[in-house]
Every structure is written in structure tokens, then in C-alpha cells.
Design a binder for this molecule. Structure first.
Ligand SMILES: [Zn+2]
Length: 134
């Protein structure tokens, strides 16, 4: 297993109704990525979609991918405005998933994409504060 320094939270910055398939098509066809953007993606119903094995890097945050696991929820914007619109199901699933990841990778720091210096609001909530007790 590769060394994991960061468990990074993201949002897709798309409407909450966006399908997993269309997000995957965007990465592949528009961005030309060979790997997905995240390891796990949580839809509005709280269901986890497994997009990649943790042993492989994904394209969540340029410069940090080899040492990161990326977890995202579908949503995070209202039009172009960043907003924390996670459903209760997404919040609950994300907490459970992040808790499991922290148990599996105890030395990893939990943070949001924006905390890595990205010029974006992703994931539209304060992941460091929200998961500080894990
Ligand atoms: Zn992000």
C-alpha cells in the first residue's frame, strides 16, 4: 500500500442530481483522465460509488494525489455559488466513510480540497473542523 498523508474531502461542484456516469464521462472524455477524480463518490441518497482502489492514486488534487485518498459528494453548489447542500444521508455516509478511513490510515490528516491551497471552495464546508474529533 502507498503512504497516505491526506484524506481529502471534495464536492463535485455540480447539481445534486448529476449522475455518476456523467461525471465519469466528463473526466474521461473532456479532461482526458485515465484515472477517476476520486476513490469514492457519495450520491444524494447516501450511496457510496466505488470508483478506484485505495492503492491507486486518483486525480483529486494536483500535486497531492500520490499521498491522498479522495472522497466526494455530489453537489456543493447552487448555480455557481458554493453551498454546503449535503443531504442528511450524504453527511451520515461521509462521516462513516471518513471514520473508517481514519481507522485504516491513522496517520493521515483529514481535510478539504481547499485546505491544500486550491483556489476553490471545494468541498463547500470546513472538513478540518467537522472531523476534528476523528
Ligand atoms: Zn475538490
Amino acid at each position: 500500500m502507498r503512504e497516505i498523508k491526506y484524506i481529502v474531502c471534495h464536492c463535485t461542484a455540480t447539481p445534486q442530481t448529476t449522475t455518476v456516469k456523467s461525471i465519469q464521462n466528463h473526466w474521461k472524455n473532456n479532461l482526458g483522465w485515465k484515472s477517476p477524480g476520486y476513490h469514492r463518490l457519495i450520491d444524494a441518497s447516501g450511496k457510496i460509488h466505488v470508483l478506484s482502489n485505495y492503492a491507486l492514486p486518483t486525480n483529486g488534487a494536483a500535486g497531492f494525489n500520490t499521498v491522498s485518498i479522495h472522497v466526494s459528494y455530489i453537489g456543493g453548489v447552487d448555480g455557481k455559488k458554493a453551498v454546503d447542500n449535503r443531504t442528511p444521508e450524504q453527511k451520515s455516509t461521509m462521516l462513516q466513510l471518513i471514520t473508517e478511513l481514519k481507522a485504516q490510515f491513522p496517520n493521515a490528516k483529514i481535510l478539504g480540497h481547499r485546505d491544500l491551497g486550491a483556489k476553490k471552495a471545494c468541498p463547500s464546508f470546513d472538513a478540518i473542523a467537522e472531523y476534528k474529533n476523528l
